[in-house]
Design a protein around this ligand. Structure first.
Ligand code: 2BA
Length: 110
């Protein structure tokens, strides 16, 4: 048994969650925020049999789309005469950030 923790971009989450449900995977969806961009993303906790991890990774690759984001760096406080426009910085956000953990014990308490 493994626990796949996947951080995906918010706009990819609905389609991915639908595909996971269609294939019978059990998972928990948590609304989260990226520490760097401070943008909403979604963290999925997916408990699966080890043999099904490749199928989960395949779906993450299929539905998680890498994107380039442009972020305005924080403007330093300057005098009006020194005003300048900072160029946006390019940030590459991956389709998914994935951690695969071994599960020591899994139980559904009735
Ligand atoms: P964010 O923390 O908002 O990061 C968005 C993107 O900004 C990252 O994309 C990466 O390209 C860049 N970035 C992040 N931290 C940076 C830093 N200290 N310096 C320069 N660039 C940085 P991804 O790597 O694809 O990550 C997407 C999201 O996945 C992250 O959103 C975060 O929520 C999560 N994540 C990524 N790596 C993680 C890790 N090691 N542990 C926990 N969560 C992680």
């Amino acid at each position: 048994m493994k626990l796949v923790i996947a951080v995906v971009q918010e706009r990819d989450a609905d389609a991915l969650v639908g595909a996971l449900s269609d294939r019978g995977f059990f998972f928990t969806q948590i609304d989260s925020t990226g520490g760097f961009l401070r943008e909403a993303n979604v963290t999925l906790l997916i408990g699966v049999q080890t043999s099904l991890v490749p199928e989960v990774l395949r779906l993450l690759r299929q539905y998680g789309q890498a994107r380039v984001r442009y972020v305005n760096p924080l403007m330093p406080i300057v005098e009006p005469a020194e005003f300048h426009v900072a160029s946006p910085v390019e940030v590459y956000v991956g389709g998914a950030t994935v951690f695969v953990l071994s599960v020591e014990r899994y139980e559904r308490v009735a």
